[in-house]
Every structure is written in C-alpha cells, then in structure tokens.
Design a protein around this ligand. Sequence first.
Ligand code: SIN
Length: 286
Amino acid sequence: MAYHSIAARPIAGALGAEIEGVDLSLPLDNRTWSEILDAFHRYGVIFFRRQNLTPEQHKAFSLRFGPHQRVPFVNPWDAHPEMIRVVKEAGDRGVRNFGGSWHSDLSYLPAPALGSALYAVEVPVHGGDTLWASMGAAYAALSDGMRRLLAGLAAVHSPTAAYGSRGRYVDQRLAGMAFDTSDQPDRETVHPVVIAHPATGRKCLFVNGGYTIRFAGQTEAESKPLLDYLNAHAVRPEFTCRFRWSSGTLAVWDNRCTQHFAINDYDGSRREMRRTTIAGAAPRPA
Ligand code: SIN
C-alpha cells in the first residue's frame, strides 16, 4: 500500500518505523487509520513522536487495534484501570526494571496480547532505550532442516519465572510499581513454536526467553539446548531495532511477530511510561 496521509520512515532493516504526519490526539479518518494499520503489519513496531496524549486519547487510539487486555500480576493504574504505569524512579538503583528481558507480552496466556501501546511520559537524558526483534525475520533465516524440525513442535509458556514465589519481580523494589503474584503464577500454556501471523500470514517464531520453559512432551533439560539456540537466534542484531525514546512518543508493537527488551542502563534517572495492552487470540500453527 502506498501512503498518502502518513509517512513511514524505517529505523532498521528488519522492523520498526517512525510514522509522521498524524496527530493521535484527534479522531482519525478511515484512510489515515488504514495506512497506520498497514504500517503496523509491515513494520511490526511503529513510533509516533511529538504526541501530546491524555490517557483518554491514548486509550482511544489503542482501541482502534482491539479491546484492552488486563495485564495479570501487575496492579493497574488506579485512575485508568485499562492501563499500567511502567515506572523506574531515580532512587531505584540496582533494581530490575520492568520488561528487562526478551519477551512477548502475555505469551503465558492461552490468548496472548495482540500488541501493546507504550507512551513515554518522562525519559532519561540518555539510556532507557527499548529493543524489538522481528520473529518473521528470525524464522526466515532458519535452515530448511530446522524449519522441518520446528514444524511439529509446541512449547510450554509460564509466568512463574517472572511472577512466581521466586520470580524475578517478586523481590523487586521498584518504588512506582506494584505486582500481585497471587494470580496463579504456576499456570502453563502450550503454543505452536511456529505461528502464522493472522493478518499477514507470515511465519513467525513464537518462543521467548522470558516465558517459554520447555517443548511440549519434553523435560526442561531435554528442551534446553534447542530452546537456548532459538532464543539466541531470535534476537540476533540484524533482526532487531533499537529505539531512543523522547517524551511524548507513542510506540505500538505487534506482539505476534516481535519480542522486546527494555534496557536497564539509567540508574539515577527517572523513566515513566503508560501502557495499554491489546487483547489477542490463541496463536494458530503455521
Ligand atoms: C514492556 O515490556 O512493556 C516495557 C517496555 C519498556 O518499558 O520499554
């Protein structure tokens, strides 16, 4: 599709584009919306700088992609229960940040998130960038033999390592966030290892280091060598983009074909983001 209402400026070879020519605080006409949706599918993650969004305007734009999804384990923002606030205070030194490992949002649910919309309220002078990786590019770079092997595999996803009793967020000290680990952190979900993107049909690798714990029908020890290989392969630099935030930027990513990683390199500075999460469907095998 050629764009007339927006301009898309790719920021890397595999995924990611900055979108210009749109004010997201205003209602969108149909042509502008269809171009934004096309760019979302084409680039996997899209960025809108210089936006000035109230939470209501953020939610209204996010709803164009689909209904909101509650994020398990993370207490919602009191004022806007459809949102979470992702905050690391200047005083949160030596503390694990939220989203600081490669992951695909809510892959431990039977219906993982379609995507997320993250708005930067306050960002450090330097640091606090986010990385995304294209799971379509990662799959496309696999050998035919590996693709045949993966075609028959499913994998188990679990939130335990993040939100279980010894999970990485349980003893965290992030002053600005609260986690509720009483919400069945031991549940497990099985998804195909290779999925077909529901809009584009593109084959995508669907395992991630944050939540995928083993292949279905195998032990963790049996799964580890191949899972480690796939997790390392999935985030090879040429499949990634790195985004330098400025306050007033909204990023929207497609969780079905990307993973992301929030870099924790800004101790002593404050970073505040607001996120809506967009409800998705059960992934279907490719
Ligand atoms: C997340 O995983 O949603 C957090 C991403 C970020 O803070 O950059």
